[in-house]
Design a protein around this ligand. Structure first.
Ligand code: ADP
Length: 220
């Protein structure tokens, strides 16, 4: 059963990115209307999403006929053609869709999408590239950076700190990071307390600036 608390989500452009997105939204129990101008793509994905239709999304009339004006959220996943992506965003703006997400493939593309009225611009290649660079060169196992000065990261217990409790280590004062969770080998994450002892081989969740969590992870 799909969620009924909300209208569906229109996904425009069934390239690699659009298909992954539509698949994830479907798994999250959201109704997806998928649109592509290629008959072959539509055919290929027709049984995977709730509705899969062939249309040129740059045409406002075509989108209107599909009922897009009633959607609260639409994602323009077209990448290769900047023109098609911009014209599609414009059509969605004209139709008054309140939450337009648009995918950019370059900085300039991103600027244009914002200036024509996209509410959220995503740049998956740049974001993933930056993220993977951090994972490769740092000792972070995983991280999310919310803002320049705030990130949450998953790190191995630095060997220099093992065998001591968080009360003794005072990582907030000493390293500027908060240890919020700890996971012993083979166990689940638990919230950290001052009594939590850093056991070799366990994994921590820490908060701080990306620089601080990186320096913390490199302590051993
Ligand atoms: P990816 O890099 O994710 O594979 P592409 O840009 O190669 O993305 O694919 C974009 C998809 O968007 C293609 O399936 C293409 O047919 C579709 N598309 C391009 N222009 C339009 C348009 N005007 N209307 C609808 N779909 C479009």
């Amino acid at each position: 059963a799909k969620r009924s608390d909300d209208s569906g989500i229109a996904v425009i452009g069934l390239g690699r990115f659009g298909c992954h997105l539509a698949t994830s939204l479907t798994r999250l129990d959201h109704e997806v209307l998928a649109i592509d101008r290629s008959a072959e793509r539509v055919q290929r994905w027709s049984s995977q999403f709730d509705r899969v239709v062939q249309a040129d999304a740059t045409e406002e009339g075509a989108l209107r006929q599909l009922g897009i004006a009633d959607f609260r959220r639409a994602v323009v996943a077209i990448g290769a053609s900047v023109e098609a992506s911009v014209l599609t965003v414009l059509a969605l703006v004209e139709l008054g869709v309140p939450q337009i997400w648009a995918r950019a493939t370059s900085e300039k593309h991103a600027k244009i999408l914002s200036s024509v009225g996209a509410h959220h611009v995503i740049f998956p290649e740049a974001e993933t590239g930056e993220r993977v660079a951090h994972l490769i060169v740092s000792r972070l196992l995983d991280f999310i950076e919310f803002d320049q000065d705030f990130a949450i990261a998953k790190v191995r217990v630095p060997s220099a700190l093992t065998g001591r409790s968080l009360r003794e280590l005072a990582p907030a004062e000493r390293y500027g990071v908060m240890v919020v969770g700890a996971k012993l080998p083979g166990e689940r994450f638990r919230y950290a307390t001052p009594e939590t002892v850093l056991v070799p081989g366990s994994v921590l969740v820490v908060e701080g600036s990306i620089g601080q969590v990186q320096r913390f992870a490199e302590l051993g």
